[in-house]
Design a protein around this ligand. Sequence first.
Ligand code: PA5
Length: 458
Amino acid sequence: MQNIKLNLKNSKIEQAEIMNYSKKVLEIHEELHEKVKEEKEPLGWLNLPSEYDKKEVEKIKKIAKKIQSDSEILLVIGIGGSYLGARAVIEALTHTFYNYLPIDQRKTPQILYVGNNLNPNYINDIIDLIGNKNLSINVISKSGTTTEPAIAFRIFRELLENKYGLKEAKKRIYVTTDQKKGALKQIADEEKYTTFVIPENIGGRYSVLTPVGLLPIATAGIDIDKILEGARFAQEKYSDKNLKYNDCYKYAVARNILYKNEKNIEILVSYEPKLHYLIEWWKQLFAESEGKENKGIYPTGAEFTTDLHSLGQYIQQGRKNLFETVINIKEPITNIYINQDEDNLDELNYLVGKGLDYINKEAMEATISAHSDGNVPNIIIEMDKLDEYTLGHLLYFFELSCSVSGKLLGVNPFNQPGVEDYKNKMFELLEKPGYINKEKTEENIVKSKRKSKAKIKI
Ligand code: PA5
């Protein structure tokens, strides 16, 4: 059975320091496992791997097959927790250049993402990429009102309707949203689109194992049963309330110890380019869960060895407010061996017969050693393999550790009130009905006063 292990050898944290948190962690464990019984608590993700809606998963598999049979492209419309999980899993488990492969090699549709920005070039370039290819849309929004995906949906729904006509377009739109509320739910009901439900008690960034992630993931040909199986294994494994045996809780504690020691930036590091979006998903999970009340570790990411030739300099010799969490995938998916070259002009013959994975891992060992010698603690997450089962395990590991870590920090890991501030200001500037722009209103009053004064003069 593939597994995941936490290694704190290079973290400069003693086991005794970790164990000082036993009581606090036990309280959090009990709080989570008690509150999960109350439907209104945002804890639906905690037992999801063992309690997911089996019928919904069967429906996901059926629709994924339909999309595979009638579409060359699946357009995933969503932002934040409504797209990062799907993208993280798809990019981790498919060919590195999945979307560029010819269809006979790829076998399943290209997966393209929109609604995660407001940039016209990006959207126009996606339209170019679609060309006259067959297309389906999966629009994902829990609130059903988020501006970025709402705008993208309006644009691409029109494109789809012009391309196929109203009747066929309806059959190619799949909506993933709340069971009852939101504008998207209303549109879906009116238009009779096929819909998938995001459980009320699961927030966006904890929703990758719901239809939010599972429909795009299944469409890319990935075995979602195995992902859920891995997550189920993790749910069982990390239900151990004893901190001593619970790596997931230990990771949460280790982060908090480092934070108290002025290490307030965490870099999630990977030596596997396929994990680029896993790092993005992790950044969102931890940033929105912990960054509040002027507290929290700033989560960022790095891809080595690429970034050793950029960020590496700062990490080694810059400010010492950093620590790294390194994901080490033990078993490579493929390998390449270095061949003998008679001339040896590149002086690489000392590597003859060595696998590239071995060289990559030696680079990792060297970097861990150099960085921890340079007072940058390193936490290592050892993954046996990069496959569906182990990735399902890792997703659950991060969701649970994030919520425990947030609680240790003393914040609510399930809300994101700060995100509203930019939205409110943007709505004011865009003059969305119901949003008053104080500055503009005052400007208008001054202008109209000036005008009326001028009139009096005349
Ligand atoms: O984690 C979260 O809750 C957020 O990042 C949301 O996923 C994001 O803001 C998108 O929201 P929605 O799904 O309502 O469109």
